[in-house]
Design a protein around this ligand. Structure first.
Ligand SMILES: [Zn+2]
Length: 1078
């Protein structure tokens, strides 16, 4: 019979007929009609039926017909099937069943029909449906429901499969409550379920009962929701059993679907293992001014207890957990907070000190003609202000050089020459000390306290470095012999800069790549393809650690805090005690596999992501597996084609000094490790990759991304300073502030020298708009430094666009806002454990000096009517591809937040979009569609928002650059190299041409065309970009909640199969006999 459309309104009539039916035949008729209506209809029809009281009517019919001593199963069975069908869609069915008194009734019916497969199956379907409510499940559980159902779960058989499946599903359904899980574990059901699973697995060779095996896995999965359940699973041999059954499943396509749920179950049950450390606290502690010097102890505990909260916080500008935070709620909807500028954070009297950071205003260009730019800055008016910051550097250096010379044993140049000739890559292993800078300067004693900053007296540095040691002479020879030309890099100058860099542990070793330099490799580096099931393979290997301990080595081969571990001839050697290095510990777990633990940010217990370390003593051609086991982010671009970078000293000495994207079998997934003392709920992730080294006797370096050290910046700025034409380019390096550890935070001013000393030209110079650029507030974001390098080099170049920009603007650039973080290999914070990009509202002058003074400079510019035209803070983004901007717009924020504020009357200069539009046209790495102009509450104390709101800078941005690569434009499918990042820095400068209003220089207009800046660029529509823009990962990174592939069976088809089933034996004594005895 076809369902007639009018039947919808007839449901109520049918229900009342069902209620009042006097005889069995009319009841059956109504049930038949209902069944046909539902079979022909859609979910809408069931929903409609539920709204019209369908569940209640069927429950009543069940109670009325099921109570007697010998119920009529001709009527009862159809009622049960219908109830399962309807109840399955009714989210309140459990409660309704309790109210109707149907819960214990159905359990009773089941008990009475253990011998009748078909009736039992119908009851089980209904129980499964009722148990969707926790309280109903508990009610059934507390009345021995599990025991009754378990009797219908026999060992392997080929009979009554529908009934058996229904019983296992019902058993699983009851495990939705903690009480039932606990009682099931207590009653020993874990081991029985494992035995059942093994039995069915081994005997179901035809694979005709895969659904039953799935349902058994579902029971196990639910029982392991509790900690006791997981422990029991492991102690009863669950890991070993599932591991072996899964291995056989791998060989057969038919049972492939059982693999993933089994793997997830094993991952979930791997015992939580504390990291093999003595403390969660960073290996580096730094005493903060005005605070008691406390190490690990309490700090570790309190940090640990915060870990859960911190976990939920977003770590990265502009990147949120799509699942955990609804970004709309984070948008600022308070118009006052969006528009009104708060009170300044400091008195006006403190601002004039920042005039010293405007050397272009103070500079007497009369000196220009005699090219005084190039000479010592102490002669210029600007740096006089800084003399207070400098200490007795000359004296320090003198002491240092004698020290080193006296230590040098093999001093003569002739000897040095011959030594250089035989030096090999392996000699550059940090332990050999070729790159040792050890001296008093930079040593532990000087690591903090009094500021000993050095002026940019590079010639002197250079001399010093060159003459001071045997090593240098030898290295000089090497460079002559093997070096390649690397623009803006000089090893000897690097060494001189590094000696003055102050680190917490007092680094005195240089990492070879930073010292020697590197150039981009020829050719493209495409994203790495992901091998199917690579994660599964890695997880299997991790599980084997528990099952097969024979091949485990478990030797600590490197410990940042303990030098005593002896060199083992057949293990890799690691080292990271150098600038930006941050490997804390390396444990050889198997012959060719190493667990690596990263050092937490100094003074705290977390923020691991960045890594950089040296590795040597490798056997070429052997695949080594590396596992970074204490990563914290919940996903990573390592799952989407990103590779770490590798540098080979041997290759470098052979004229190929390249950081190369390297590694295969890369994946990133949640592991079973937990902190030593912190919250056990803290989750760690493993980044695993395999490297096959190609050279014998090599020394290699591995890093998260292309390193860019603080000493690299100092070297770079000195070389840039030398490269410019002082008659044309005004370039001044000053010190913004000293950091907590006593390092200088450089600020650079770049503009064009005036063409003459006439009033008009000087006036024009002084009235050029300012552009303020900053980067590397987050020390792990080395990509930001490469973008900044591109910007700096372009602005100092003789390119006509650069000339036009210098003539139009004054650039104030702070290339590393967080020197201490960068130097000490930190990822996120400063020495004060704070994310400096959350300190902009009220930066502390003592604890956050670089932010305090950058903001001071901006206040100062504001106070003299020279509010910057553009502010941009360069960052790196670990979870997205391409490069993009975050800006600030009142209107867009209000629109997006659904605020009731009427924006029609609000005036907003749309100029905040100009730069992004320009970049969209000219920068291949740039993604316009990823840009966003929302002001979020959670970002209210970031540079971008504070500079926009408090300083009134319309174009205040965060520029995010990917660590990975590009999924659009001409670079699509490629990973980024330093070349693309530097190009982005250059293109950012190009885009600034779109802001030159000064048509005085028609020249500039021409240039605009030259760089293809169409003034009528289409206004793209930006969209929300706070969600991860990656598709879900190929394999589940997480494993905690519901098991994939175990989402319950398809109830409807189960019911239909049970209804249609004529095979099921009505007498199933056989089943109960075969079930495992309680
Ligand atoms: Zn950042």
């Amino acid at each position: 019979m076809a369902a007639s459309p009018t039947s919808f309104s007839g449901f109520e009539v049918l229900f009342s007929t069902l209620q009042n039916a006097a005889d069995a035949e009319s009841t059956l008729n109504v049930l038949n009609i209902l069944d046909e209506l539902l079979s022909a209809g859609t979910d809408n029809r069931i929903d409609y039926m539920i709204r019209k009281g369908g569940s209640e009517a069927l429950l009543n019919a069940l109670v009325n017909n099921g109570c007697g001593l010998s119920p009529n199963y001709r009527i009862l069975l159809p009622i049960l099937y219908l109830l399962a069908k309807v109840g399955h869609k009714d989210c309140r069915i459990g409660k309704k069943a309790e109210e109707a008194g149907a819960v214990l009734l159905i359990l009773n019916l089941l008990k009475n029909n253990i011998q009748h497969a078909k009736r039992a199956a119908a009851c089980l379907l209904v129980i499964q449906v009722f148990a969707t409510s926790v309280s109903t499940a508990n009610l059934i559980g507390s009345n021995q429901g599990q025991d009754v159902i378990y009797k219908l779960m026999p060992r392997y058989t080929t009979k009554n499969l529908q009934t058996i499946k229904a019983s296992v599903n019902a058993f699983a359904a009851l495990l939705c409550s903690n009480a039932n899980i606990c009682s099931a574990v207590a009653k020993g059901y874990m081991v029985r379920l494992l035995q059942l699973y093994e039995d069915w697995h081994s005997k179901d060779t035809e694979h005709s009962a895969i659904e039953i095996r799935h349902a058994l896995l579902r029971c196990l999965h639910k029982m392991t929701h509790s900690a006791l359940g997981r422990r029991t699973f492991v102690s009863q041999g669950g890991l070993r059993l599932l591991y072996h059954t899964t291995q056989t499943c791998l060989l057969n396509k038919c049972v492939e679907s059982l693999v993933e749920p089994s793997v997830q179950l094993m991952r979930k049950c791997l015992p939580k293992t504390p990291l093999p450390l003595t403390s969660d606290h960073s290996a580096y502690s730094f005493p903060l001014p005005g605070r008691q010097y406390t190490v690990c102890g309490e700090a570790a505990v309190s940090d640990g207890s915060n870990a859960e909260i911190v976990e939920e916080e977003e770590e990265e500008e502009g990147c949120q957990e799509a699942a955990s935070i609804d970004y709309d709620e984070d948008l600022e909807t308070d118009l006052n907070k969006l528009c009104l500028c708060p009170e300044p954070d400091r008195p006006k009297e403190l601002l004039p000190q920042y005039s010293r950071l405007c050397p272009e205003v103070l500079h007497d260009f009369q000196e220009l003609d005699s090219s005084s730019e190039r000479s010592s800055p102490s002669s210029s008016s600007s740096s006089n202000d800084d003399t207070g910051l400098y200490n007795n550097v000359a004296l320090q250096k003198k002491r240092w050089s004698t020290e080193v010379l006296s230590k040098t044993e093999k001093g003569t140049p002739a000897q040095a020459k011959s030594a250089a000739a035989i030096l090999k890559a392996k000699d550059f292993d940090s332990r050999n000390g070729i790159l040792n800078t050890s001296s008093e300067v930079g040593g532990k004693r000087e690591m903090r306290g009094e500021v000993k900053l050095c002026p940019t007296n590079d010639d002197q540095d250079n001399q010093e470095g060159r003459s001071s040691s045997y090593n240098c002479a030898m290295i000089d020879k090497l460079i002559d012999r093997h070096g390649v030309f690397i623009p803006y890099h000089k090893p000897i100058m690097y060494r001189a800069a590094a000696i003055k860099t102050k680190s917490i542990p007092g680094f005195n070793i240089l990492a070879f790549p930073d010292f020697w330099g590197h150039v981009p490799p020829p050719g493209n580096e495409p994203m790495a393809p992901r091998k199917p099931s690579v994660q599964r393979q890695k997880v299997f290997e991790d599980i084997q650690r528990f099952l097969n301990t024979d091949d485990m080595v478990n030797q600590t081969v490197f410990d940042l805090e303990d030098d005593s571990s002896p060199d083992r001839p057949d293990s890799l050697r690691f080292f990271s005690r150098f600038e930006c290095g941050n490997l804390r510990k390396a444990v050889q777990v198997r012959r060719y596999e190493y667990d690596l633990i990263l050092n937490a940010d100094a003074n705290c217990c977390q923020h691991t992501q960045w890594f950089y370390f040296e590795v040597s003593n490798m056997v070429p051609g052997v695949p080594y597996r590396f596992n970074v086991i204490n990563c914290e982010k919940s996903n990573s671009q390592f799952n989407y084609g990103m590779q770490p970078v590798l540098y080979s000293v041997r290759d470098a000495l052979n004229g190929q000094p390249h950081w190369l994207r390297s590694g295969t079998e890369i994946c990133y997934f949640r592991n079973h490790f937990c902190p030593v003392r912190g919250s056990r709920k803290t989750t760690f992730y493993t980044l695993t990759f395999t490297i096959t080294f190609k050279n014998n006797e090599d020394v290699c370096y591995l890093a998260y991304h292309y390193p860019y050290t603080y000493s690299t910046l100092r070297t770079h700025l000195n070389l840039l300073h030398r490269s410019i034409d002082p008659a044309k380019v005004f370039f001044r390096q000053q010190i913004l502030a000293a950091t907590l550890a006593g390092n200088a935070c450089p600020i650079v001013t770049i503009t064009a020298c005036p063409p003459s000393k006439s009033y008009k030209d000087i006036h024009q110079l002084r009235n050029r708009p300012c552009i303020v650029l900053t980067s590397r507030v987050h020390p792990g974001e080395s990509n930001a430094s490469w973008v900044m390098k591109g910007t700096l080099e372009f602005l100092c170049s003789s390119d006509p666009v650069a000339t036009a920009l210098r003539e139009s603007f004054i650039f104030k650039i702070i290339p590393i806002l967080n020197p201490d973080g960068v130097i000490n290999g930190m990822n996120r914070c400063d020495l004060n454990k704070e994310d400096l990009n959350r300190q902009w509202c009220k930066p502390d002058p003592v604890l956050c000096p670089t932010i305090y003074h950058t903001k001071g400079l901006l206040y100062y510019l504001n106070s003299i009517g020279r509010t910057p035209l553009v502010f941009c803070d360069y960052h790196g983004h670990s979870r997205k591809k391409n490069v993009f901007l975050y800006g600030c717009s009142v209107k867009e924020t209000l629109w997006q937040s659904g605020s009731a504020v009427d924006t029609a009357g609000l005036k907003e200069d749309p100029g905040y979009r100009t730069i992004a539009k320009a970049l969209d046209r000219i920068a291949p790495a740039f993604s316009f569609n990823s840009c966003n102009y929302m002001v979020e509450k959670s970002r209210s104390s970031t540079a971008r928002v504070v500079v926009w709101r408090e300083m009134g800078v319309l174009r205040s941005y965060t520029m995010e650059s990917t660590f990975n690569g590009f999924d659009q434009g001409i670079y699509k499918g490629l990973q980024t190299g330093v070349g693309e990042l530097e190009e982005m820095g250059l293109k950012f400068c190009h885009s600034l041409l779109s802001l030159t209003k000064d048509t005085r220089v028609l020249y500039g207009r021409k240039l605009i065309n030259h760089v293809n800046l169409d003034p009528n660029i289409l206004d793209h529509k930006s969209h929300n970009c706070f969600e991860d823009d990656e598709p879900p990962c190929a394999e589940d990174i997480e494993y905690s909640t519901e098991c994939p592939g175990l989402q319950g069976s398809d109830m409807e088809s189960d019911i239909n199969r049970c209804m249609a089933n004529t095979d099921e034996d009505d007498n199933v004594t056989a089943i109960t006999q075969m079930s495992l005895r309680l």
